[in-house]
Design a protein around this ligand. Structure first.
Ligand SMILES: Nc1nc2c(c(=O)[nH]1)N[C@H]1C(S)=C(S)[C@@H](COP(=O)(O)O)O[C@H]1N2
Ligand SMILES: [Mo]
Length: 320
């Protein structure tokens, strides 16, 4: 994997919204939404199917957000890992634009009372969108701060009434080499598969994401539906999800299968456990340039107070 961040951008300057402009506009929008809800007599914004493009309605979740300054939209959407579109950080922004994200179906299967194939609109409709500003850290030791828009994965999973046999959840990305040319190259086994233990999947920090910076997710960031697990290395946060399956045994995940000594199933951010080929003790925030100082990486990416209890009694060197 490449470790440089010198990828060129081909976004037109007029498309770039500086963070300060975005955040003041957001305050105005939130105010307008709040006013509309108050006029309708409702306490929270009505849930509605998010649009296929453009702006999204959301409420800001301050409690689950960090106070750090977000990276720019440009940083977040032009320096990506998405091997279905190439292995270079600049490939996804160049080649993912043509992916058709509508119509889109998600197949829910395995140990649940309700299973079947559900159109994206029905997956999203009952869930009011929240914006949460999360730290995000790639296993390659770069990190960023992102204003994601989504809703807790657990709220979706509960609708399908998982049974007592549901110990894990497995996620699958679309397999369509005609649309995802990287899948013609055997750099990974396709389709990309990820998984979580049931309690991790139900944790309120775990999000299904449909947008960032208040807009529909750019294709290179995993549209129309991707996972975000902020206390785990980035590869757990699978993009373009078409399958969700409740399983009794631990899912065989793509990176853990490709290099089991380098990538574990748990992949919790852990500065005390190095990657076999590099240190995980520090990270470099995107946007600071090549000479940005490295900053210390926090256990569980800083989310230890919320999630450390999930792993009580586990040897995190063995279950890395
Ligand atoms: N389907 C799929 N999902 C994926 C990947 C991928 O190659 N394919 N890369 C992962 C890795 S390694 C990271 S760091 C994040 C990057 O997310 P971002 O491009 O939105 O920053 O996506 C993850 N999800
Ligand atoms: Mo990553």
């Amino acid at each position: 994997m490449r470790k440089t961040d010198t990828g060129q951008t081909d976004i037109h300057p007029s498309e770039i919204t500086p963070a300060e402009v975005y955040f003041s506009r957001r305050a105005l929008m939130a105010g307008a939404l709040g006013l509309a809800a108050a006029q309708a007599g409702g306490l929270r914004p009505a849930s509605a199917t998010p649009p296929a493009s453009g702006l999204l309605p959301f409420t800001f979740d301050r409690r689950d957000s960090v106070a750090e300054a977000p990276n720019t939209f440009e940083d977040i959407s032009t320096y990506n890992n998405y091997y279905e579109f190439g292995t270079d950080k600049s490939d996804p922004a160049k080649y993912a634009g043509g992916l058709r994200t509508r119509p889109w179906n998600v197949t829910i299967g395995g140990a649940a009372e309700i299973t079947g194939t559900v159109p994206l609109e029905d997956i999203l409709k009952p869930h009011p969108l929240q914006e949460r500003i999360y730290r995000f850290r790639c296993v390659e030791a770069w990190s960023m701060v992102v204003p994601w828009v989504g809703f807790p994965l657990g709220d979706l999973l509960r609708r399908f009434k998982p049974t007592a046999n549901a110990k894990y959840v497995e996620f699958k990305t679309l397999y369509d080499p005609a649309q995802m040319p990287g899948q013609k190259v055997p750099v990974l086994s396709w389709p990309y598969v990820e998984g979580l233990r049931m309690d991790e999947a139900m944790h309120p920090l775990t999000l299904l994401v449909v947008g960032l910076y208040g807009k529909v997710l750019p294709n290179q960031n995993g549209a129309p539906l991707r996972l975000i697990v902020p206390w785990k290395y980035g590869f757990k946060s699978i993009k373009a999800i078409v399958g969700i399956r409740f399983t009794e045994t631990q899912p065989a995940t793509t990176w853990a299968g490709a290099a089991p000594n380098e990538y574990g199933f748990y992949a919790n951010v852990n500065p005390a456990v190095d990657h076999p080929r590099w240190s995980q003790a520090t990270e470099r925030r995107l946007g600071g340039g090549l000479f940005a100082p490295r900053i210390p990486t926090l256990p569980f990416n800083g989310y230890g107070p919320q999630v450390a209890a999930l792993y009580r009694g586990m040897d995190l060197r063995k279950y890395f």
